[in-house]
Design a protein around this ligand. Structure first.
Ligand SMILES: Nc1ncnc2c1ncn2[C@@H]1O[C@H](COP(=O)(O)OP(=O)(O)O)[C@@H](O)[C@H]1O
Ligand SMILES: Cc1cn([C@H]2C[C@H](O)[C@@H](COP(=O)(O)OP(=O)(O)O)O2)c(=O)[nH]c1=O
Length: 204
């Protein structure tokens, strides 16, 4: 019988450095003979990528935004996450439901009870085995973002928005300490990856 793979989500406010480390984690796991599937939310499937385009560029009601995030997630679970885990692969997802709590509840102020209801409805059993939360002060994230790219709808939000997102991420980490590893992402890339490696060893 195939051993089910493990599910790792990557979280943090925009500019925290999460995308930088996904390739490192993939290489780390492959060097230990794991099969790895990397994906992202919103997106990760053809339909999800269409939803991502809408979500990142169109203004909409905050509950519409939350529902489309979960629509993308439902498709992602059905098409990518569950089949890969069942086949024994490890799944790396650039964001999962903690991002909906951080951005739609924390950032935009959507009722947290409704968010918990969506989570319980869409994935009552599935949770990441590990969530790497890349944590940085807003000023550091902002500096990294400004240096690199054209900003999408979320990245154009004000500092107070990201302060609320960061606080909600840290609240979720405190609520679920067994699956969260909070990574101080102000350190150099090498130092950060040494810390990630140590966390990954505990999952192998
Ligand atoms: N620890 C770090 N130290 C310095 N710069 C970093 C660090 N981590 C990431 N960066 C840089 O910050 C920018 C944003 O990183 P990225 O991984 O795209 O963030 P995110 O995916 O969290 O939005 C990139 O230019 C990246 O090279
Ligand atoms: C998954 C998810 C993402 N988001 C937002 C956070 C990000 O600003 C944006 C896209 O995420 P991300 O892939 O991190 O953007 P980038 O490729 O620019 O690094 O979507 C939510 O608001 N709610 C969610 O549930």
């Amino acid at each position: 019988m195939t051993t089910r793979g493990k599910f790792i989500s990557f979280e943090g406010i925009d500019g925290a450095g999460k995308s930088t480390h996904i390739g490192f984690v993939k290489d780390f796991l492959e060097s230990r003979a794991k099969t790895v599937v990397s994906s992202r939310e919103p997106g990760g499937t053809p339909l999800g990528e269409k939803l991502r385009d809408l979500l990142l560029h169109e203004k909409m009601h905050l509950e519409t935004e939350a529902l489309l995030m979960f629509a993308s997630r439902r498709e992602h679970m059905a098409q990518v996450i569950e089949p890969a885990l069942n086949a024994g692969s490890w799944v790396l997802s650039d964001r999962f439901t903690d991002a909906s709590f951080a951005y739609q509840s924390g950032g935009r102020g959507m009722d947290r009870g409704k968010m918990e209801a969506l989570e319980a409805w869409v994935h009552p059993h599935l949770q990441p085995d590990l969530t790497l939360l890349f944590d940085v002060p807003l000023a550091v994230a902002r500096e990294r973002l400004d240096a690199t790219r054209t900003l999408d709808k979320f990245e154009q939000e004000q500092d107070e928005f990201f302060a609320r997102c960061r606080a909600e991420y840290l609240r979720r980490a405190a609520q679920f300490p067994a699956r969260f590893a909070v990574i101080d992402s102000t350190r150099s890339i090498d130092e950060t990856q040494a810390r990630i490696g140590a966390v990954l060893e505990t999952l192998l």
